[in-house]
Design a protein around this ligand. Structure first.
Ligand code: BT5
Length: 330
């Protein structure tokens, strides 16, 4: 048995142990290897930073886990149906979206999740970049192959947004808000960004990549000075560090549930959950659509995810993409 698979089994046994102890005999039975091979696997886990106590006649006990993102550990506690059946983790990549896109082109399966500890060229929208230091945050992309039409793909951004807000709420009890189309704000500051990319033919999606970046434990000094909007991390808002592996599992569970609902019942309930997390309705905004700036009052969101604006002349304009700025004092 290869080491990653053996480690996944051992970590799962630790999670299932009532009193925390797992006997060497049980591990050796589950892995189908000798007791000395079990000891080697335990040493391998210790080498990765796991603190494991060995007590004669009781077995092994997991005392502490390192804050690393390792596919085996993520898998060990995951019970999702579609998302995360396959998880790949790397220490550093240019961009997890680029990695997932390449997997998509090579025929990678629906629900594959890729995660990096650090990105050297993390991507934002419209050629912008995403600051991605190591050891503190989450940079994750999901490869999906939904049978939906290409023009419905923007709806998937709302799905990731709701999943991120739910995972943050579950982690720290604070309700994050969404800012159309792809920002997640905590106490009014950007804590996460989403970037979806798609490969399609005229009326068929080949695959979609959902890119999710969440600032979990980033310190104030790690943010660049020239950010477009005020930014923050969960740690900065709550004073408490977030165990990253636990956060990933929560996020994947929410994504999975929302994705299954979306595939079965369409975008309605996802859009409704998203709209509840938004505080834009009724606000006066200016939207920079690159080719033009449109000003108006937000009256709602279309089924396709468009922002619906009522302009000064009473005309209603749906906007599919752009940067929103709230105009104060109106
Ligand atoms: C986004 O773009 O918000 C989408 C970010 C998506 C990042 C994820 S990480 C995993 C996956 N793989 C990738 O390569 N990307 C995705 P946008 O709305 O364009 O915001 C980018 C702007 O936010 C930048 O120009 C900065 O001003 C600011 N920014 C950069 N890094 C940030 C950070 N870590 N936290 C908050 N703001 C940041």
């Amino acid at each position: 048995m290869n080491s990653p698979h053996a480690r996944e089994i051992i970590l799962r046994l630790f999670q299932q142990a009532d009193d925390g102890f797992v006997s060497g005999a049980l591990i050796s039975r589950e892995l189908g290897v000798s007791r000395s091979a079990v000891w080697k696997q335990i040493e391998g886990l210790r080498h990765l930073g796991y603190s494991i106590q060995a007590v004669p006649s009781r077995g092994y006990r997991l005392v502490d886990s390192p804050d690393i993102l390792m596919a085996e550990e993520l898998h060990a506690g995951l019970d999702t149906e579609r998302i995360g059946r396959k998880i790949l983790c790397r220490e550093a990549v240019d961009s997890t979206n680029r990695w997932a896109y390449a997997l998509g082109e090579q025929g990678g399966e629906d629900g594959t999740v890729v995660i990096a500890d650090r990105q050297d060229a993390g991507k934002g929208r419209m050629g912008r970049s995403w600051e991605s230091p190591s050891g503190v945050n989450l940079y994750l992309s999901v490869l999906l192959r939904p049978s939906i039409l290409p023009w419905d793909a923007p709806q998937l951004t709302f799905l990731s947004a709701v999943a991120v807000c739910r995972a943050i709420a579950e982690t720290c009890g604070m309700m994050a808000r969404v800012k159309w189309p792809n920002d997640i704000l905590l106490n009014g500051r950007k804590v996460a960004g989403l970037l979806n990319e798609m490969s399609s033919e005229t009326d068929r999606i080949r695959f979609v990549v959902l890119g999710i970046g969440v600032n979990l434990n980033m310190s104030a000094e790690q943010f660049p000075a020239d950010l477009r909007y005020p930014a923050t991390s969960v740690l900065l808002e709550t004073g408490k560090a977030v165990p990253r592996a636990e956060f990933v599992r929560m996020l994947l569970r929410h994504l999975d549930q929302l994705y299954l609902t979306y595939l079965e019942h369409g975008s309605g309930s996802v859009m409704a959950a998203w709209a509840e997390l938004s505080d834009l309705v009724g606000r006066h905004v200016e939207v920079d659509c690159q080719s033009k700036i449109v000003a108006g009052r937000v009256v709602g969101f279309g089924e396709d995810g468009a922002l619906l604006l009522e302009c000064a002349d009473g005309r209603r304009e749906p906007i599919l993409a752009g940067d929103v700025r709230i105009v104060e004092g109106q």
